[in-house]
Design a protein around this ligand. Structure first.
Ligand code: MLT
Length: 249
């Protein structure tokens, strides 16, 4: 029977993916009685800012009739979760920050975003997939599990070039959120893959230490794409924390 005391879960995808990135987790969590929503944050008007994506997330909560939800944000989705918490704190009952960071881009990082946006607009979403795949996955995944790389590649090619470029330019504009961390009062879990090359364990640890009472779970055998590389470990980290933290509103 559905446990109606369980909190709602809002899954926010990363770049350059779409909501299907969370397919396995939504199925697993819904089977456990959670209600979930997963907005499509691929916006074609450029730059697609984190605030615009947060507005999409609020529209998805409204459409699902959810007053509040725990925001589970992966990488770019984590940047969106920070915007949600800053602008709509009454809608956020907790945070799960997955392979993400609070810092803004460096100047070099911003220049890289602009280059990627140019290339994608000229050559298509496949160009982003090709330039990112080696950084997204752990070396062991790349070596031993070609099916995971194929799935990630396929998912990245589903986005329109305009949406990929707009998100890259939107991320380049995002605010530094490190000042928010000590004031976060909602239950928070930080999850990171042990071989994450984009947002390494040291970044995740620093973020978890700056947030009062945040938990940290390191997923072994995973790089940046923890939910695709180690879905079972990811789910047990999330469910274990939800059960023990009373991620209930
Ligand atoms: C993501 O996974 O969403 C991206 O790696 C985020 C980023 O490039 O900063």
């Amino acid at each position: 029977m559905m446990n109606t005391s369980k909190i709602n879960l809002l899954f926010l995808h990363g770049f350059p993916f779409g909501p299907s990135l969370w397919r396995r987790q939504r199925t697993a969590l819904e089977a456990r009685g959670y209600r979930t929503a997963a907005p499509d944050l691929r916006i074609e008007s450029s730059p697609a800012t984190m605030d615009m994506m947060a507005d999409e997330a609020i529209a998805a909560l409204d459409a699902a009739g959810m007053t509040q939800a725990m925001a589970i944000g992966f990488s770019m989705g984590g940047y969106v979760a920070f915007s949600l918490l800053a602008r709509y704190p009454e809608r956020v009952s907790g945070l799960v920050l997955v392979d993400t960071r609070a810092e803004a881009d460096s100047e070099e990082g911003k220049a890289g975003r602009r280059r990627l946006a140019d290339i994608v607009l000229k050559q298509g979403a496949g160009a982003a997939a090709e330039s990112l795949i080696d950084k997204l996955l752990a070396p062991t995944t790349l070596r031993n599990r070609p099916e995971v790389a194929q799935e990630a590649d396929k998912l990245m090619r589903e986005a329109s070039p305009a949406a990929v470029a707009a998100a890259a330019l939107g991320m380049a504009e995002r605010e530094d959120r490190t000042g928010m961390l000590p004031d976060i009062r909602v239950p928070t879990l930080v999850i990171v893959g042990e071989d994450d090359a984009i947002t390494p364990v040291s970044v995740a640890r620093g973020m978890a230490e700056a947030i009062p009472k945040a938990g940290l779970r390191v997923i072994s055998g995973a790089g940046h794409l923890t939910m695709l590389e180690q879905p079972e470990e990811f789910e047990s980290a999330l469910v274990g924390w939800l059960d023990e933290s009373g991620g209930r509103s």
